[in-house]
Design a protein around this ligand. Sequence first.
Ligand code: FAD
Length: 382
Amino acid sequence: EMTDVAIIGAGPAGLTLANLLQRNGISCVVLEARDRSYVEERQRAGILDHYGSEIFAAAGLAEAVIAGAPREQFLELRYEGEPHLFDGPAHAGGRSGVLVPQQLLVRRLLTTFLAGGGDLRFATPVDRINIKENRMVYAGGELTASYIAGCDGFHGVSRRSIPAAALTTYSFDHGIGWYTVLADAPPPRHALMGISEHGFAAQFGRGPKASRFYLQYDLGAGDPREWPDDHTWDQLRLRLGDPALPTGPITDREIVEMRSFVTEPMAYANLFLAGDAAHIITPMGAKGMNLALADAGVLATALTAALHDGDDAALRSYSDTCLRRTWDYQEFSRWFTEMVHDAAAAEDPFRRRLAKARFDRLWTNPKAADWFADMMAGTALI
Ligand code: FAD
């Protein structure tokens, strides 16, 4: 069996690429390890940044993918309980993100691709890739393609198929513990982050009746999933500076790894890595899913030029193009992480002061505020 482009993985990267190629009239097959309901229900990211939504708008997919999504306007940052409202769109020429939970984005992309006659095979994990022959082996079959897009996430088969000597990988542990709980507690008016000497905390709405909370915890001090709920609420009240914070039953408790990882290059022969297969980023700054979409956008344009016009220049620079944005976002995420966590660095008063200076600059230097808003909106960089 043969196709122009084989896409491994039906997450945000794979499904975005599949839809863009379909729009451009390029044949592709998507092979996905899990079944449809698993893929559709996986809850992760929540914000599609402005640049991410532009990718769909440019392809005429805005209505199918973003319709009805609320705009993200304010971010409230509370410094030791003192509120500061950041109006991102006002500092970014009106550009704003939209609230699109990842599972909704995935469901809409799946539906659109299948409605357009797309070939998507669930429960089909790729076992092996023969890069020399552009061939994928899966239980019950084989598929050969002119190009392979490895969109199979951090634990996928694509990156592992590339000879180790051809790749350089960078990983970084931010040394911070993050604990997240989902609760039936009313959402805040605006996305809310608390900067405090007691540790970072955040609250984001999840629909009209629920909130997701994040709390920094001390990595050496046991598993926060065992904290009594009262302790969790006490810490949230303290760090968010709100003694009257409405509470509710906690329905989910998880640990989030604060880790970054980048693979260079993001391509080998005719195999191109996109999204988490090539890089992971901490949730600080909400760029993981958006980076996956940005890769898919660049790859779709490059594959179209190669297959339609025989021009492979963009394909050859795919890795460099995507790595520029990847490192830019990694730096932003690290910058943001330090700003909101270092207030709790009791052992390092110098870093504490630096973090405060970084925070103050946002409210005193309009150019700094514009830059912050620009990064939140996402950058084209091409
Ligand atoms: P994935 O979504 O991982 O999709 C990869 C797909 O490939 C999966 O469907 C998988 O089943 C499939 N696959 C794997 N191996 C194979 C194989 N051998 N054969 C076939 N298919 C295979 N990002 C944000 O922007 N904001 C957030 O708030 C945020 N929160 C997160 C919270 C958690 C707990 C996690 C884990 C991630 C979070 N992220 C967040 C990151 C974001 O979810 C990812 O960056 C995004 O899912 C990447 O998309 P992807 O398509 O590259 O990979």
